[in-house]
Design a protein around this ligand. Sequence first.
Ligand code: PLP
Ligand code: COI
Length: 354
Amino acid sequence: MDIRIERTKTPKAKPADETKLGFGHIFTDHMFMMDYDEGQGWHDARIVPYGPIELMPSAMVLHYGQEIFEGLKAYRTPDGSIQFFRPEENFKRMNVSAERLVIPKINEQDALQALHALVEVDKDWVPHIDGASLYIRPFIFTTDPFLGVRPGEHYYFMIIMSPSGAYYSTGINPVDIYVETNYVRAVRGGMGFTKTGGNYAASLAGQDEAHKQNYSQVLWLDGVERKYIEEVGAMNIMFVIDGEVVTPSLQGSILSGITRKSALELCRKWGMKVSERRITIQEVADAYDAGKLDEVFGTGTAAVVSPVGHLKWGDKIMEIGGGKIGPVTQRLYDTMTGMQYGKIPDDMGWIEKL
Ligand code: PLP
Ligand code: COI
């Protein structure tokens, strides 16, 4: 694929203090864009200065939400080089989302080429300190100016990038999570397994309620029986119960997380007992009461591996591991971030160099 590159004439100052990046506030100098027109396919790949795009008020995405996205990171290693973690998985998943939302698929090799080209242009924006990285957001949306409900005939595929620190303001410290019993996020047959804006829009009211009660995230239950555990707003969830790692199986309503898959592969490699199955919130509460709920943690690109300190279900508040990070959580965190930041060897074949 040919990519035209137009460099900015007014580069911005890089963040002076990388300890204060936060998540998703700052954007690099350039972005990738490509157009899709029915009959022509994807065309006109280009890297241009980061800035506003033109969109008609009637653009279908603004009304019916036909859009998908991904999230991955570029990491800087101690020798200054830059690398990605399983980036091909993101574009594979993007095409899974595309199919569900009737969005034209991208060529995964072209998308990887675009990713490398864009990071190369903005490589000085990849942070240098531990715990910070360049968060990368590929996304596709329809632009057709039309108010009828149908799949679009015109789309943009874009990639923007944001130097970021920890997703949660607590960093690696445990997050407090509220089990949502009123709202649901997704149902089987819906779009829960995709990364589309609508899933996140559906989560906002629950998240708002959680925040009002001083909880930072929501743990979703299944949309039918409201008893099986699904996932958290921006991460998959795992439990260590009596030494066994248990996580909800993929049944169509939750995202197939790349961090989830990697954590499970590592635990299996370490000889731990791992099971992907349906698990009820009652089972978790019973394990807690029996003193067998050893650890609870979330996994996600933005969240990395995040210990859960408290879990609130109705009137019941479970304090996990004395509010401290547990050994499995810590080992996964150290191993994954170690590989990502090039501090320990990648014996899984997960790292791709820029
Ligand atoms: N679940 C949801 C709803 C998410 O938004 C994310 C973040 O991408 C995840 C899980 C974790 O997925 P991954 O590990 O691929 O980042
Ligand atoms: C990610 O981990 O990449 C996510 O998509 C989380 C995001 C919703 C902030």
